[in-house]
Design a protein around this ligand. Structure first.
Ligand SMILES: Nc1ncnc2c1ncn2[C@@H]1O[C@H](COP(=O)(O)OP(=O)(O)O)[C@@H](O)[C@H]1O
Ligand SMILES: [Mg+2]
Length: 433
């Protein structure tokens, strides 16, 4: 249990914080009002409370919930008396400019619901990360950023309980991660996709069960808005995480396909979708990527070539998908649709998946096939078009009627017409490329 709160705790906090300035804190420790230091021997409260834009949040306790570790501070769970569970980033700094493009993106993704600062001399933030030396940050202005609580970091799930999770759920996490990045890329490039910056919520607390999961993207600090109708955006500088960045990032060019590249690194090296002995190689892959970047500024390691130099084999179908996703030329690079289709096929064939999930996955597979079809349609010969449409229709007919969304059916109907009506040479340009 993350929060142990009684009505009496809330009433005490409300009484103390009534009329106080935004950012004020009702400390866990009882402090001497004159000196500000903790009173020796006094019992500490279970939680501290902080006032942010007029709402009081209880902060999670380090003993029951390991805070999220960020580069600039910590992220704790927060709870309002009305029961709203949030994530609160605590760091040093000024209030954020809500009109900045960065804050607009954060707001859009529920990563900035409210904020407050507290000024006082010599405040501390203690960062206790497993296997890392203790870090103590000091400053005079503490900033609290309230975000929707979006789940546990995927990275923590991998490091803490990956072995307990059934392969089917792992594949589902991978699929949901792809779909999450795809949805994010509708309007924005994330620019720091990796397991540390995606979160997972399990439907059931028992992770040994085959179950549905929700995956969300967090940490939009590097994100850029994608201008409407444009497939890339030029940033101020090259940033992201070494080992995850695609070559074009070095020339500050960001596109949804740069996110697919990072996603592919994550799927291969962190989620281990190829089910190989990847953990024996992750450390040296990260080190080699970093060394390559430092040695020669234009050099990015190709993950598949790197693995094959180490005699690590990946099954042919998956290999082909990853080779296409790691194409160093962004204009030639494949998006995540092929890996989504692959994961859907794995999931459909796996035992233990509920019929509701199975139906949803069939629908995702169909939508993805249709997307792949429209992306390549213009380049196909007349015969290929007819064959592809026939295959898609066959797939469609295999589905039970309630599963097929009306829109997908309509899209299919117009595609069939296209196949008949549009001669190969006068086909319209490839959408979205
Ligand atoms: N909205 C959120 N919901 C749940 N956990 C979060 C949320 N935002 C951050 N975290 C946790 O805090 C960690 C650090 O936050 P992040 O925004 O990624 O900071 P940094 O920019 O320093 O990497 C994340 O890896 C995650 O564990
Ligand atoms: Mg992060």
């Amino acid at each position: 249990m993350v929060f142990k709160l009684t009505d009496a705790d809330w009433e005490q906090a409300e009484k103390y914080l009534a009329g106080k300035a935004d950012g004020s804190k009702f400390d866990k420790h009882q402090r001497d009002p004159k000196t500000g230091s903790t009173i020796p021997g006094s019992a500490a409260r279970e939680h501290s409370f902080v006032l942010i834009e007029g709402v009081i949040y209880a902060l999670s306790n380090r003993n029951t919930f390991l805070p999220g570790i960020g580069s600039t501070g910590v992220v704790k769970k927060g709870l309002s008396r009305a029961g709203h569970l949030v994530a609160i980033k605590i760091e040093f700094g000024d209030l954020k400019d809500l009109n900045s493009p960065q804050c607009q993106i954060a707001k859009q993704h529920k990563l900035l619901l409210a904020q407050a600062v507290r000024s006082a001399p010599n405040m501390k933030i203690t960062i206790r990360a497993p296997l890392e030396p203790l870090r103590i940050l000091k400053g005079n202005q503490k900033r609290y950023t309230v975000m929707e609580w979006l789940g546990d970091a995927l990275f923590d799930v991998i490091t803490e309980k990956w072995e307990m999770i059934p392969q089917v759920t792992k594949d589902l996490i991978a699929l949901r991660a792809c779909l999450c990045v795809q949805a994010f890329n509708q309007s924005t490039t994330h620019n720091d996709i990796k397991a540390e910056n995606l979160t997972v919520i399990f439907e059931d607390e028992d992770v040994t069960k085959i179950q549905d999961v929700t995956v969300n993207a967090i940490d939009t600090d590097y994100s850029l808005a994608l201008p409407k109708g444009q497939t890339f955006v030029i940033g101020d500088d090259a940033r992201g995480s070494p080992a995850f960045i695609a070559p074009e990032i070095l020339s500050k060019r960001y596109s949804p396909l740069s996110d697919s590249y990072a996603l592919a690194v994550m799927l291969l090296f962190q989620l281990n979708v190829a089910q190989i002995d990847i953990y024996a190689h992750v450390g040296s892959y990260l080190a080699d990527s970093l060394a390559a970047l430092r040695r020669k500024p234009q050099s990015i390691i190709n993950p598949i070539e790197w693995l094959e130099q180490r005699k690590v084999q990946i099954e042919p179908e998956l290999r082909e998908i990853f080779v296409a996703m790691f194409n160093p030329d962004v204009k030639q690079r494949a998006d995540a649709n092929a890996i989504i289709k692959y994961l859907c096929q794995q999931l459909k064939a796996a035992p233990g998946l509920s019929s509701v999930l199975k139906a949803e996955i069939e629908e995702i597979e169909l939508t993805t096939r249709l997307k792949m079809l429209t992306a390549n349609f213009a380049e196909m010969s007349g015969l290929m078009k007819t064959q592809t449409v026939a295959e898609a229709v066959e797939g469609l007919l295999l589905l039970t009627p309630p599963v097929v969304p009306f829109n997908a059916l309509m899209a299919q109907v117009s595609l069939q017409q296209d196949a008949v009506l549009i001669p190969a040479k006068s086909a319209s340009p490839v959408p979205g490329k």
